[in-house]
Design a protein around this ligand. Structure first.
Ligand code: SF4
Length: 294
């Protein structure tokens, strides 16, 4: 048996790819690939172009102004359409606030900073104990982390919001969907976190979004990339996932700090100025001179 990287056989790869092919709908002209240029969406790009040999699915990217150079290059080379957000990163910061802890935590923080004090919200900010069916007491799974809660309640937290993604990524694609009537094909996988695990349990969502690789494992993805020599950008030699350069949401795995070392000084100055308040709270060090162009 031909054994590939990490013990995935050629037979298993072929079986997976044929199964993936069978998941694709017949009316492909009604779909577009949401192409970020990252590893998962590029695998789907390869699959659509090289394996399915499909020309009907449009390849659509959004330039958030904060893509890694290598990733932006892939978008320019491979996308049929590159959308531009209507509002720029500094305008979002000014109008809504900055991303900081995580999308869920920032959602609750934003509501509190806007004046909401409902019992529901305060429970999620402080956490609470409740009695389970077995009569034992449990703590809520979700609450703000202590640092976020203390800064928020003492009024010392800067303006925080998860809307950066909404405006830089989601809205341009929603606009495109409205104009074309096409549904998104997303390269999301449940192994990427608990939220995705609970969000993506089958190939289709109720809104018609198609996510055919929701159950693709890291092992199988690597084996296919290896077998078919699918290009993986160098940035993945250093970090596990790419989003926007220096996004504070990467800080929990120390990816933000690593990214800041990989990008050019000009790029670093831009993101350090954009995210400086969040970096300060998260303890992400900004090198001397990074925010004034020196
Ligand atoms: S990944 Fe981070 S920087 Fe990029 S749009 Fe989302 S919140 Fe903003």
């Amino acid at each position: 048996m031909n054994t590939l990287k990490k013990n995935v056989s050629k037979e298993e790869i072929d079986f997976y790819l044929e199964d993936l092919k069978s998941r694709f709908p017949k009316n492909r002209e009604n779909y577009y690939l949401s192409y970020s240029g990252g590893r998962d969406s590029h695998f789907l790009y390869w699959f659509i172009k090289e394996y399915l040999k499909d020309e009907q699915i449009e390849i659509v990217s959004v330039n958030t102004y904060m893509e890694h150079h290598e990733i932006l290059k892939r978008m320019r080379n491979n996308a049929d359409v590159i959308l531009i957000p209507e509002i720029k990163p500094f305008e979002i910061k000014e109008k809504y606030g900055s991303p900081c802890f995580s999308k869920i935590q920032d959602e609750f923080i934003e509501r509190y900073q806007k004046g909401c004090r409902t019992e529901f919200l305060m429970k999620h900010i402080n956490g609470y104990v409740f009695e389970g069916k077995d009569k034992k007491t449990y703590k809520t799974l979700f609450k703000l982390n202590n640092k976020a809660r203390d800064l928020l309640l003492s009024g010392k937290l800067h303006k925080v919001s998860p809307k950066c993604c909404t405006h830089l990524k989601k809205k341009p694609l929603k606009r495109y969907e409205k104009e074309t009537g096409r549904h998104a094909i997303l390269g999301v996988r449940s192994v990427e976190g608990n939220l995705r695990k609970s969000q993506y349990k089958s190939c289709f969502s109720k809104d018609g979004t198609f996510h055919p690789i929701y159950d693709l494992t890291n092992e199988m993805l690597e084996a296919i990339e290896h077998e078919y020599k699918i290009e993986v950008p160098e940035i993945y030699d250093h970090i596990l996932r790419t989003g926007c350069m220096g996004c504070p949401y990467g800080s929990w795995k120390h990816e933000t700090q690593k990214e800041l070392k990989l990008i050019s000084k000009q790029q670093r100055n831009f993101v350090c100025e954009l995210f400086k308040e969040s970096y300060q709270v998260l303890g992400i060090e900004i090198e001397e001179g990074d925010t004034n162009g020196n």
